[in-house]
Design a protein around this ligand. Sequence first.
Ligand code: MRU
Length: 367
Amino acid sequence: MKVGDTHYRSIWRDEGTGAVRIIDQRWLPHDFPVVTLEALEDFATAIREMWVRGAPLIGATAAYGVACEMARDPSDASLARAYDVLHETRPTAINLRWALNEMRSALGRLPEDQRAEAAFAKAARICDEDVETNRLIGVHGLEIIKEIAARKGPGEPVNILTHCNAGWLATVDWGTATSPMYHAMEAGIPIHVWVDETRPRNQGAQLTAWEMNGAGIPHHLIVDNAGGHLMQHGQVDMVIVGTDRTTASGDVCNKIGTYLKALAAKDNGVPFYVALPSSTVDWTVSDGVAEIPIEERDGREVTHIYGRDEEGRARFVQISPDGTPGDNPAFDVTPARLVTGLITERGVADASREGLLALFPERRETA
Ligand code: MRU
């Protein structure tokens, strides 16, 4: 997506040096630092500490982490270590395991002297495919927005609520939940987006609002608890969120608070859509609540809040009494029964095993 006059992806290789660059998202929207990742530990730190975040981007970053490690040491032991070090950075988003498996199976049988080049080529393919997948999610999601727009008065915007950041910053480009929004803008269909702030890390306030602003999409930032009220008053036409892991039966694990939005949507008859690349489906898991590991993050993310002080410095500010313990589950699971549809690169599936298999029949053996 464009930032100023420049088209950015969220991760890329420098054309001259081949260095892997990312946007350090911790400092958005106040700063836009582009940093270079070199060593395996840089990649692990960037994922663990959320310089990059969002399920597809975590996977893409891990893929380049393996590639850089192969350039340093292409041995079997090094490949196995890279897999393990990157795999343990964040537990919930399945795209991480998916991308690491892709890398391992592309490299495992190659002679060592061919591994580095093949690894960079494979990581680049993962990134390019992510961009195309997300573009297609936008094409399919646009049809849903069009249907809702057709039921509204001429020129009346379709009001879309989203949670967290499932935007281009969370993927390589386009985003998942945001791709239908960007496509609607391009198609001239008026939309307005309610952006949940998304405590504790405020990905909505810091990242999604920044994306909406950059793309000129009308939006309002709302506190996490406002969505139910807005739905009761007919101010939300649809919800679109992303997901970190979707079960073979259509349960959806996403940023903490997503489940409450889905409950409110159900109670108010608001369609609740989840946008995802098929790499986010964990075909080995059926019961999301029981089986998906939920990341527990540092309680200080809850007792403190990040912002910019009067001198423009980024800071964490304490908002609770000294010594208050914070508890910080980072994701929750929305059961399939609350999900209207899964917007994938192949079309919109019912949130069910049969719905997913109708679009991905090649998975019938594994699901
Ligand atoms: O903790 P984060 O910022 O990595 O969580 C991101 C989300 O929950 C996104 O909604 C999800 O990864 C989908 S990204 C297309």
